[in-house]
Design a protein around this ligand. Structure first.
Ligand SMILES: [Zn+2]
Length: 141
């Protein structure tokens, strides 16, 4: 192989490399990149990626041939649910543990009060009024 032939092959390879780079640059310009936490349902009832409604997003490419590349990049934070009664924040929908505990304690107190005989309110008031200390509210001046 003489030097002229070697030079010709080298130039051909360079041209091929440049064409490949130009093709990749064109693809890169066309490429769309979206990142976010995947959730369902969106406001329109479809899939949502961050702020992007994927149904609306894909509708832009109606009639096109696509290459879709998906890369899981970690776990999305689990959605939080708030108890409508006490405001306790939970990881999943279900019975609120704080309200359940309060209901159990309330029931236990009621059973305890029924077990002991609840004295009459009038029996608790002393007859001579000596144990009652009435304090008038103080003015702030
Ligand atoms: Zn609650």
């Amino acid at each position: 192989m003489d030097q002229a032939e070697l030079r010709r092959q080298l130039r051909e390879q360079l041209d091929e490399t440049q064409r490949e780079q130009a093709r990749l640059a064109t693809l890169r310009k066309r490429m769309q990149y979206e990142q976010g936490d995947l959730s369902y349902p969106s406001e329109t009832g479809g899939w949502q990626l961050g702020d992007v409604d994927l149904g609306e997003y894909l509708a832009r490419y109606w009639g096109k041939r696509l290459v879709l590349i998906i890369t899981p990049a970690g776990d999305a934070p689990t959605p939080m649910y708030t108890c409508g009664v006490c405001g306790f924040v939970m990881n999943e929908v279900g019975e609120c543990p704080r309200c359940k505990l309060q209901a159990i304690e309330f029931e236990r107190e009621m059973q305890q009060q029924q077990a002991e005989r609840t004295p009459d309110v009038f029996e608790q008031v002393p007859n001579d009024h000596s144990e009652i200390n009435c304090v008038a509210p103080q003015s702030q001046n």
